[in-house]
Design a protein around this ligand. Structure first.
Ligand SMILES: [Zn+2]
Length: 167
């Protein structure tokens, strides 16, 4: 009952991933309709309920433009699990603040990069121009496209691809 279900807005824009339990609740309350089953059925005492993989809301939800949350995991994913200073990707990574926090650097997408412990240590809380280290490109906030947001579910939910492509 905890499998992920892709939730589409009334205009078919992907807007969320919820649990199977929540998706079935929305369908039973007529707030959403199943778009793709793909997972068989659930037997209750007197009903045979489909197990949706994709549902669509009956009413349009209006919301601000989505943004990717700034977390360690998302920083590593944006930076392709690669140290942005030396290019290593075979070791556990850390998050480096390009302008260190104690020098007023903010915890924002444009001031954080994935760095290996060696590079992070070498930089040692100083600014880039003080340590002769370079970044391949200025880091940016990743685009909150549906593919970026929900693409990691595709391996187990290939049927979502046609719904998240292009948004
Ligand atoms: Zn490194």
């Amino acid at each position: 009952m905890n499998e992920p279900v892709l939730v589409l807005n009334a205009n078919f824009e992907p807007i969320n991933v919820c649990s199977m339990r929540r998706a079935i609740g929305l369908i039973l309350q007529d707030k959403a309709a199943m778009v793709v089953n793909g997972r068989g059925h659930i037997h209750t005492i007197n009903q045979l309920l489909p197990r949706p993989s994709v549902i669509r809301l009956e009413y349009m939800i209006h919301r601000p433009r989505p943004r990717v949350k700034l977390t360690r995991r998302e920083v590593f994913r944006r930076d392709n699990y690669t140290c942005q200073y030396c290019g290593r990707r075979d070791i556990p990574l850390t998050v480096d603040h390009i302008t260190p926090k104690r020098l007023g650097g903010q915890h924002i997408w444009t001031n954080v990069v994935a760095a290996c412990p060696t590079c992070n240590h070498r930089k040692g809380g100083r600014k880039l121009n003080e340590v002769q280290m370079k970044l391949p490109h200025a880091p940016k906030e990743p685009p909150a496209s549906a593919f970026y947001m929900y693409g990691r579910h595709l391996k187990e939910n290939g049927e979502w691809e046609q719904f998240i492509t292009g948004w």
